[in-house]
Design a protein around this ligand. Structure first.
Ligand SMILES: O=C(O)CCC(=O)C(=O)O
Ligand SMILES: [Fe+2]
Length: 259
């Protein structure tokens, strides 16, 4: 798809909603290639994380599949938005793929939990404030029957209530206060199809889900690329760690738009 079509309207929507569905971001051959890779790796147990909410994560793909993985960095389908929002300071933080082998209701979370607490965490009166974005490429179809990606509405420019801060963490307890609070808010469900990308600010609350069992050759899967504006020093709480990316690509290799 021509990534410039509708760009000004889409950018305005991204900035106000905090998220944007980009249809047909990657072609079906690329989708099929990634699915085969991830399903085989899953079959061999070659993943880094398998958690209690139904997510299995692969964190080493920049090294294991360098050519395919690099095609997703600053991908043309999302590049205009990343450039507009993060500019040349846009740095790849991490690339992580997921499969959901069985039922899956993700913990409500923000990938960038510390977004609103950066001044405090930096310990300075003159902090440089970082903004982070996710680009999540879907490899299988979501639909009201099969699964979804859901956002809490209206959380682009305001923190969640202060009393929930201690509960901004991974949990499998659906009754944990932040989990319950998200369930009670106005929500927007997206149903990205195979090949679609969803671009969103890393600090807004979201949750993926899948119902029941998928066909064996169509297990729910996605690939998430996290981008950060510096300074993202090691004390900042974020769902992923940048060190593997830095070691694999080198510092210069992590800035798709800096040159
Ligand atoms: O669709 C999903 O499973 C959720 C993905 C997610 O948490 C993310 O892209 O950051
Ligand atoms: Fe996430």
């Amino acid at each position: 798809m021509d990534s410039q079509i509708g760009m000004p309207d889409n950018l305005a929507k991204l900035k106000s909603d905090g998220f944007l569905l980009v249809p047909q971001a990657i072609d079906s051959a690329t989708v099929a290639e990634w699915k085969a890779i991830l399903y085989n790796m899953y079959g061999r147990g070659e993943y880094e994380i398998k958690n209690g909410v139904g997510n299995v994560a692969f964190e080493k793909l920049l090294a294991l599949q360098p050519d395919l993985a690099k095609q997703l960095i600053g991908h043309t389908s999302v590049a205009p938005y990343l450039k507009a929002v993060l500019g040349k300071q846009c740095q790849l933080r991490s690339l992580r793929a997921h499969v959901n082998p069985s039922g899956y209701t993700q913990e409500w979370h923000m990938d960038f939990y510390d977004y609103y607490y950066q001044q405090e965490k930096a310990g300075t009166d003159s902090p440089a404030i970082a903004l982070c974005m996710n680009t999540t490429f879907y490899l299988t179809d979501n639909s009201p029957e099969r699964g979804r990606l859901t956002f809490v509405k209206g959380y682009m420019d305001r923190p969640v209530p202060a009393e929930l801060r201690p509960y901004l963490r991974y949990t499998e307890d659906r009754n944990d206060p932040f989990q319950r609070w998200c369930d009670e808010q106005a929500l927007e469900h997206l149903y990205p199809k195979a090949g679609d990308a969803v671009l969103f600010y890393s600090h807004i609350p979201h949750q993926g889900a899948k119902y029941g069992q998928d066909p064996a050759d169509d297990m729910r899967a996605n690939i998430v690329l996290h981008y950060q504006q510096n300074p993202m020093y090691p004390g900042v709480s974020f769902v992923s760690d940048p060190q593997f990316t830095l070691s694999t690509l080198g510092y210069m290799g992590t800035f798709p738009f800096a040159g």
